[in-house]
Design a binder for this molecule. Structure first.
Ligand SMILES: [Mn+2]
Length: 303
C-alpha cells in the first residue's frame, strides 16, 4: 500500500492533546486542548479522543548550552509526541494534535517522517517562528519552531531530535506571516535566508491575492508535488484584534472567513497526513467565546 493510499484510507481524526508550552510558566496554552474539547471539537470532527500527553513543561530555566527553555523536558515531550503521532498514523488514524504552543511541531514531524518518510510542511502562522538560540529574546522553542524543523537552527535541531532537517526548506509552505518588522527590530534572520522566497505567502500576499486564490495556489503547490504533508496552524494567523486569546498576537489582518477558506482548501487534499493547532491562550478567553469560534473554524475546515 502506498503512503498516499494509507493516508486516504484513514480511520478518521484522532484528537491528541499536547499541552506543551515552552516558556515553562504554564501559560494559558496548556489549557487549550480542554477548551477546544469543551467547545465540542471532538464530536464536531467525529474524532476519537486520545486524551492529553504528559508534556507540560514546568522547568522555566534556559539551558545554557542549547539556549532553549526547559530543554530536557522539551526533549522528552517531543519524543512522546513523535511516538504518538507515528503510532496513530501506523494504525490508520489521522492525528489532530492540540497544543500547546508551536513547540509541538518538531515532535509531530519526527512522527510523520518515521511513518511516511520525507514529507512537506504547510505552516500557517502569523509569525515565521524563525528565531534561533542566538537571536531569540525569550528562549522559547515556539519562536524557533520553523528554524529548528528546517535545519536553519541545525545545532538546536540535532540536540532536540538527533537529526536535521526534519523538512527540507524547499518543502515548506509558510502562509500568513506578518512579522517582518519584529524580525528586523530583533535583528533576526530575514525569512528568505531560511526558506525559498517562493514558499512564503505572507499576510500581505494573502490580502493582495485574496484567501481563495492563496488557497488555490497553496493547494496546487502541495498537490502537484505528490508528497504527504503536515498542516501546522498557529491560531495567531488570525489578527489579534479579531482573536485576542494569544500570547503573541500578530497584525495579520486575516479574519475567520479568510482562514476558513484557506484551511478548508488545504484540508481537502488527500495528501494531508495530520494537523497541529497551537498558540491558543485560554487565560485570555475566560468565557470560552474565542474557543467556540476557533472550534467553529476548525470544524468548517476539517470536519
Ligand atoms: Mn507560531
Amino acid at each position: 500500500m502506498s503512503t498516499a493510499e494509507q493516508i486516504t484510507t484513514t480511520r478518521g481524526w484522532l484528537v491528541i492533546g499536547a499541552p506543551m508550552e515552552g516558556s515553562g510558566t504554564r501559560r494559558g496554552e496548556i489549557g487549550a486542548p480542554d477548551s477546544f474539547r469543551q467547545a465540542g471539537l471532538v464530536a464536531a470532527l467525529a474524532a476519537v479522543d486520545f486524551g492529553d500527553l504528559p508534556v507540560v513543561i514546568t522547568d522555566s530555566r534556559r539551558d545554557p548550552a542549547v539556549g532553549i527553555i526547559g530543554f530536557d523536558q522539551i526533549v522528552a515531550g517531543t519524543a512522546l509526541i513523535a511516538d504518538t503521532v507515528s503510532s496513530a498514523l501506523m494504525t490508520g488514524w489521522r492525528p489532530f494534535l492540540l497544543g500547546g504552543c508551536c513547540s509541538i511541531l518538531p515532535g509531530a514531524l519526527v512522527g510523520l517522517r518515521r511513518h511516511s518518510g520525507p514529507a512537506k510542511l504547510v505552516f500557517v502562522d502569523g509569525h515565521l517562528d524563525l528565531f534561533t538560540p542566538g537571536d531569540t529574546r525569550t528562549g522559547e522553542l515556539a519562536g524557533m519552531a520553523l528554524s529548528v524543523v528546517t535545519g536553519y537552527a541545525a545545532e538546536a535541531a540535532n540536540a532536540l531530535v538527533g537529526s536535521s532537517p526534519l523538512v527540507e526548506p524547499g518543502d515548506v509552505l509558510a502562509i500568513g506571516d506578518a512579522d517582518g518588522a519584529r524580525r528586523r527590530t530583533a535583528k533576526a534572520a530575514e525569512a528568505a535566508t531560511a526558506i525559498p522566497d517562493a514558499r512564503i505567502l505572507d499576510a500581505a500576499a494573502v490580502h493582495t491575492m485574496g484567501a481563495r486564490a492563496t488557497a488555490e495556489r497553496a493547494a496546487a503547490l502541495i498537490d502537484g508535488e505528490g508528497m504527504p504533508f503536515w498542516l501546522h496552524l498557529d491560531v495567531d494567523v488570525l489578527d489579534g484584534t479579531v482573536m485576542p486569546a494569544l500570547s503573541f498576537p500578530a497584525s495579520t489582518g486575516i479574519g475567520y472567513l479568510e482562514a476558513e477558506v484557506l484551511l478548508k482548501t488545504l484540508a481537502s487534499s488527500p495528501l494531508l497526513a495530520g494537523v497541529s493547532v497551537a498558540g491558543f491562550n485560554t487565560r485570555q478567553d475566560p468565557r470560552g467565546e474565542h474557543a467556540r469560534r476557533v472550534t467553529k473554524m476548525l470544524t468548517t475546515a476539517f470536519a
